[in-house]
Design a protein. Structure first.
Length: 175
């Protein structure tokens, strides 16, 4: 049985909203607008017959494209200087002592320190587990440039760890 757009949207709206919150660095009204804009535009081009995972990915792609369309200046290249690689950035290993849930507010504050295109790349690849090839297509970039954008995970994790430790007090992370 083929799902209607309304059924798909109903199943995916929470996931889209959480993604929009990350992309919009916790700004609830902006995240709601982004989801509304995404669903409104997607309703016109929805194709029945997509598998559940393909339909979910299709909506996630639409969300990222709507997000980037709202922040990119006209004529900007996909990798403007603010989104370039971080010199000498190496992957950050989260200490094994860090356990439990990530505080959403700390995550949003950390996301705010990451440039928008890198934030979109992190959401697709790290949080939604897209392949590099699929994420590259959604971001209109090549896989090598996507890897540069993903180097911002260092900034995100460093900021997240700092924000989380500030919120949990002098004893460090809450477990």
């Amino acid at each position: 049985m083929h799902r209607t757009f309304e059924e798909l949207a109903g199943q995916e709206i929470d996931r889209l909203y959480h993604g929009a919150l990350f992309l919009k660095a916790g700004e609830e009204a902006a995240a709601e607008d982004l989801v509304l804009w995404t669903l409104t535009g997607a309703s016109q081009s929805f194709r029945r017959g997509l598998s559940h995972s393909d339909a979910s990915r299709w909506l996630e792609d639409r969300l990222v494209r709507a997000f980037l369309a709202g922040i990119a200046p006209a004529g900007a290249s996909p990798l403007d200087s603010e989104d370039g690689p971080i010199d000498g950035a190496e992957p950050v290993r989260v200490p094994s002592a860090v356990r439990g849930e990530i505080d959403p507010q700390a995550l949003f504050m950390a996301a705010e320190r990451v440039p928008p295109r890198a934030r979109a790349a992190l959401w697709l690849v790290i949080f939604r587990r897209w392949t590099y090839d699929d994420a590259s297509r959604a971001l209109d970039t090549d896989p090598g440039s996507l890897k540069d954008l993903l180097s911002y995970r260092h900034v995100l994790l460093t900021a997240l760890m700092r924000d989380s430790s500030e919120q949990s007090g002098a004893n460090g992370f809450q477990t």
